[in-house]
Design a protein around this ligand. Structure first.
Ligand SMILES: Nc1nc2c(ncn2[C@@H]2O[C@H](COP(=O)(O)OP(=O)(O)O)[C@@H](O)[C@H]2O)c(=O)[nH]1
Ligand SMILES: [Mg+2]
Length: 264
């Protein structure tokens, strides 16, 4: 008699496009940019059904927070694709990112992408960055302006380009890393990298967050991959960069280096 052995089917790996990916987007007075950003990301979610957007607003006086809520209402008709985290006061881009990334991981994201709301970061690179993360197992994939194929907006004058390049070389040299775009803010994180870093322990309030996070990932042994991007200049609204933020960025690499040496 022929007997059939029933083998319980092993589940196929989830299609990569279904990967739970949360885009964390901090906003402070970005009412002129947010509708376009949300539209672009919701269009991307058609291609990547696991994608959702988390806006982190620090009570923007221009009403960005309320605008984000009304956009979420519009886009969440069939399923929740857009959420808003409201914070009480302007607390720096680093703190806003840390809060949003913590929430994203708690809510089950497998990957978290940092993206500014001002149109500087190219949404069309997200699928490629996710593909690189999944295929290489990198702990973080950097959208990089400073690898071959990467570029800066032509709207940036020679002086601003040089300053950006210098800030990058400065941080990398002090910390002894080979990451080409260590100051860049368009980064895709694997959730377990974020858990290992412990976002509550990150000290940067402002832009030095980008450097501190990448250094923390490297120190914990995670791989960093870089994918070239073109960085656009913002066309609407104003930059929140100021002198205090620049000072923090100058001091942070030294602080991080001293702390790392102390731990050895
Ligand atoms: N929630 C929040 N978002 C911020 C804060 N500072 C900057 N941002 C947002 O972070 C992103 C990058 O800031 P931006 O001013 O464009 O920096 P720049 O590109 O270096 O000039 C934008 O989406 C800003 O709205 C802040 O204190 N809180
Ligand atoms: Mg910007």
């Amino acid at each position: 008699m022929l007997t059939k052995t029933l083998v319980s089917p092993t589940p196929l790996p989830a299609a990569w496009a279904d990967t739970a990916l949360t885009v964390v987007m901090p906003t402070y007075n970005e009412a002129g940019n947010l509708p376009r950003m949300a539209e672009t990301l919701m269009a991307l979610a058609e291609e990547l059904p696991g994608l959702s957007l988390l806006v982190v607003d620090d009570s923007s006086p221009d009403g960005t927070g309320e605008l984000a809520e009304s956009l979420a209402e519009r886009y969440n008709t069939h399923r929740v694709r857009m959420r808003v985290l409201h914070r009480t006061e302007k607390d720096g881009l680093g703190r806003a990112y840390a809060a949003g990334m913590t929430r994203a991981v708690e809510d089950g994201a497998a990957y978290v992408l940092q993206m500014d709301a001002d149109g500087s970061h190219p949404a069309q690179k997200v699928a490629e960055m996710l593909g690189v993360a999944l295929s290489t197992g990198a702990g973080v994939v950097v959208g990089s302006r400073y690898v071959p194929g990467g570029s800066l907006s032509d709207a940036w004058g020679a002086h601003r380009k040089l300053l950006s390049r210098w800030a990058n070389t400065y941080a990398s040299a002090i910390l002894g890393t080979r990451v080409r775009d260590i100051t860049g803010g368009f980064n895709l994180w694997r959730a377990d990298t974020l858990r290992a870093i412990d976002l509550a322990s990150v000290g940067s309030a402002g832009y030095s967050f980008q450097v501190e996070m990448k250094y923390a990932a490297l120190r914990r042994g995670f791989g960093v991959m870089e994918v070239p991007i073109h960085f656009e200049d913002r066309t609407v609204g104003e930059s929140k960069m100021n002198f205090a933020v620049q000072l923090e960025s100058m001091a942070m690499p030294w602080k991080l280096r001293a702390a790392a040496r102390g731990r050895r």
